[in-house]
Design a protein around this ligand. Structure first.
Ligand code: PMV
Length: 359
């Protein structure tokens, strides 16, 4: 195995790599972790398309002596951003023991999102997956170690996971599973695997309209939320439930059984928030408008029979997911009845996508 150390007598020519990587929405939720970003239960997500991060990684031989830190300049939407730089630097430093070339180069990262930063849409999945992909392209360019496409994706998924757990699922088109499960051959706690080929094509034409109930920063971070699972009395039954739901959801997704799919997806969303409510200390991230939307979605479904379902991330915003053939009806329902619950009437329209792209 290559040691990934550059030959200092032969300096690298300066260069750059660029990746665009999307966000994802979990249907079976990852909530609770151990060790180095390892999940307590398997999770499954749809890969999105319109919510993405573009990351440009410039590299050149390092000019300053090795002080134990990666040398990094960082720009977010063209502005220096010290908070983000610190986070990324910590991540790169943590990778340096296994990727020593990171300390032999000087990096400039220029990154930005397709969605407004303050929209209350989590950007860690798209940001960390984009950066992980840039690092893998760079490794391959310098050492030729990731020529095999599957090996490339797998390493990108591992690195993304180390940056932000859920980011490891963004590497793949359509849908991905992270966490070892008997229902997906080759699945692992270390990286996600694509499951697009296991599911009915109807899900590749799914939409996710993200109803922005609040743009405010979350009162309890995901990191703190995961940690609170350790003392949660429902943790073990929850992990067992997630494992079982993975099997049932995959079954429904294989056969295209939308009603069973929707029931599991909504149960998962409410379970995630129920776990927050019975953590110690307890907390709530849903807002009154989140609940109002959920009630209206249930009523709309009862009235029309349209297969529209809700899911939630660790925040107050509601994701409406539905197949593309009913988009006109659903968008009218959103405009007429749900926009009033959204901050500044803002909805981020998204859909299932083809995964990351190198630019
Ligand atoms: O990847 P993290 O550590 O930000 O955790 C994300 C957890 C959820 O978004 C709530 C669920 C998930 O599986 O994406």
């Amino acid at each position: 195995m290559s040691r990934l150390i550059l030959d200092s007598s032969n300096p690298v020519a300066p260069g750059q790599v660029i990746w665009r990587s999307p966000s994802n929405i979990a249907l079976v939720k990852y909530w609770g972790k151990h060790g180095i970003q390892l999940p307590r239960n398997p999770s499954l997500s749809l890969t999105l398309a319109a919510s993405f991060t573009d990351t440009l990684l410039e590299y050149a031989p390092r000019e300053t002596p090795d002080d134990g830190q990666v040398e990094l300049d960082f720009f977010f939407h063209e502005q220096e951003n010290e908070a983000f730089r610190t986070k990324i630097l910590e991540f790169l430093n943590s990778l340096a023991p296994t990727m020593p070339f990171l300390k032999q180069l000087k990096f400039t990262i220029r990154t930005g999102n397709s969605f407004p930063h303050s929209a209350g849409i989590a950007s860690s999945a798209s940001a960390m997956s984009a950066l992980a992909l840039c690092l893998c392209s760079l490794e391959d360019r310098l050492f030729g170690t990731l020529r095999d496409a599957d090996a490339f994706d797998q390493k990108a998924s591992v690195l993304a996971r180390l940056g932000s757990g859920s980011a490891c699922r963004s590497i793949f088109p359509h849908a991905a599973v992270w966490g070892a499960t008997q229902f997906v051959p080759g699945s692992s706690d270390d990286f996600a695997v694509p499951v697009g080929d296991l599911i009915n094509p109807v899900f590749k034409d799914f939409h996710d309209d993200i109803l922005i109930v609040s743009r405010e920063e979350k009162s309890v971070s995901s990191r703190a939320g995961h940690a609170l699972m350790d003392g949660n009395p429902y943790a073990e039954p929850r992990y067992a439930q997630a494992r079982a739901r993975m099997g049932a959801l995959l079954e429904a997704m294989k056969s295209g059984d939308l009603a069973t799919f929707g029931k599991i997806v909504e149960d998962e969303a409410l379970t995630l928030h129920a776990l927050m409510m019975c953590s110690n200390p307890s907390y709530t991230l849903m807002r009154p408008d989140s609940l109002a939307i959920i009630e209206k979605v249930r009523q709309y479904r009862a009235d029309t029979g349209n297969p529209v379902y809700f899911t939630l991330d660790a925040g107050p915003n509601v994701h409406l997911i539905y197949p593309g053939d009913i988009i006109t009806d659903v968008r009218k329902f959103i405009d007429d009845h749900l926009l009033e619950h959204c901050e500044d009437n803002y909805v981020q329209q998204d859909w299932v996508g083809e995964g990351p792209e190198e630019k």
